[in-house]
Design a protein around this ligand. Structure first.
Ligand SMILES: CC(C)(COP(=O)(O)OP(=O)(O)OC[C@H]1O[C@@H](n2cnc3c(N)ncnc32)[C@H](O)[C@@H]1OP(=O)(O)O)[C@@H](O)C(=O)NCCC(=O)NCCS
Length: 181
């Protein structure tokens, strides 16, 4: 399939949560129990003020990637966890006026074609906030490579979320995200 045929656009993620989690399960590695937990979390997130989602869809309507996020709210669980770490590195001000990328996943069969880059730049281009933050597993993954290429820098590393087995890095970038030269 020609890459140009994959369409990036707003998606009703609440209606398509099972499709999205099927993509995340294979891209990120989630078992059935984790999918069930995530399902509740995603549906709750989508009710937050300013939450929005974009999808990558094939011509026959298959969802092969998605991103969602929202303006950061210091009262949210994610923000309260990372705040301790950002305070320690003197970067806690990033929690204000910041658009959070909550999830970004592309099905492995469609990775490496610019879909992830298109999803995250499209959603952040809609943000009124001057910057964006996110967390990613603290390892040299394609995700970390993509985020750096877009201008995200490490704000804190070895961030431990209760119940997550692996530490995360928290990253932040000015908006609009850096484009390829
Ligand atoms: C991270 C992810 C969404 C990227 O999606 P993608 O469609 O493959 O990414 P793109 O094709 O748009 O790649 C864009 C950039 O990412 C980086 N990148 C992609 N694959 C990479 C790899 N294997 N190693 C290093 N950097 C890589 C490059 O900087 C690339 O830049 P380029 O466009 O100049 O080549 C995808 O790999 C994924 O779903 N991974 C598993 C789930 C995950 O980790 N999600 C993020 C959770 S924080």
């Amino acid at each position: 399939m020609d890459d140009a045929e994959i369409e990036i656009g707003p998606v009703n993620l609440a209606a398509r949560v099972d499709e999205a989690l099927a993509v995340q399960a294979v891209a990120f590695g989630l078992d059935a129990g984790e999918v069930a937990v995530r399902r509740h979390i995603v549906l709750r997130h989508l009710l937050c003020p300013g939450a929005r989602a974009y999808g990558a869809t094939t011509p026959d309507g298959r969802l092969v990637g998605f991103v969602y996020g929202m303006p950061n709210d210091r009262a949210h669980w994610w923000s309260t966890v990372v705040e301790t770490y950002l305070r320690a590195t003197g970067t806690a001000d990033w929690l204000d006026d910041s658009f959070v990328i909550t999830e970004l996943h592309v099905h492995p069969d469609f990775q490496g074609r610019g879909v992830g880059r298109a999803l995250i730049t499209t959603i952040t281009d809609t943000a009124a906030e001057p910057r964006s933050i996110l967390s990613a597993i603290d390892t040299e993954s394609p995700a970390r490579g993509l985020y750096r290429a877009l201008g995200y820098v490490d704000l804190a590393r070895q961030v431990h979320f209760p119940s997550a087995p692996r530490p995360y890095a928290v990253m932040g970038a000015p908006l609009p995200l850096r484009r390829r030269n």
